[in-house]
Design a protein around this ligand. Sequence first.
Ligand SMILES: [Zn+2]
Length: 305
Amino acid sequence: MLNMSEISLEQQYEQKVILFLNNIIKYLNLPRTEVSEALGIQGSDLNHILSGKKPLEVEKFARFSRYIGFSLSRFEDGEVDFRALREHWLGNAKHIPNAYTVGARSRNTMLINVFNYVKKVYEQTLAEGLLRHLQIDESILLYPDEKSNFHLFRDAISFLKMQGLNDWDVYKIGLNTIQTNNGTHFAKKMKSFKTPKSMYENYLGCLIEDVERNNRYQIVKITDKICEVESLEREEMLDIFKVSHIGHRERCIYRVGGLAGATMYLGLPQAQVEEVSCVHSGDPVCKFRINFENPNFFCEGVNVH
Ligand SMILES: [Zn+2]
């Protein structure tokens, strides 16, 4: 048995490749001839690679990953779900990796929204690369009522940040939920309110009922101009994930975007939203202050519908 600290990074990488190829052969039940063909090498070369006598060239590995519909970025992360790979290979496109189904409380609209934003603002190939990285088949996007957990959002955002997106994009992904939700039961309910105040009074209750149940929300103050909301933890979620808080910093930025855009359901400009305290910065609770004075002004003064 080799001690990992005694071998070079290059050797560690080669061993990871060998392990990956062996797992692929096992889980996908691939004949070695098919593997060597997909890699674009001779059968004898595959034997040399699998026995560690020869390294696998990066471009051949990339070619193989395309063949099996897999993202090398996932391989770099070292968290490959071989069962998900097998399910997709066998044609079970609706399969979601186990890591995303435990404690699943978010509707698929969240992923659809991220995908739509990336496709619209960046490139289709980046959006497709995102799904491959998450080991999710694009056909899942046809099922908005399927559910996943908040880890899916975390992994999606961390992948997109590696690709150059920033916090401003995360905020805009939150804003984009308004376009993605267009025509849904949730959007119809939001549009039925006459003022931002009455809309925000009902927004979080409807959100929890229709969109996600990762947190509890409580309105601590509401006037004709502002609304203050606290996001509280659900004990059952903390138990499932063995964490002190659900989500991460970027999820809060995303929620700021979603809350700011909610006035757009009424045909108004977006509200100003600030997260004044956040558990991910050591505060006891996440608290959002929504200022809709400006949209309210438009609502009262001019008919913008
Ligand atoms: Zn927060």
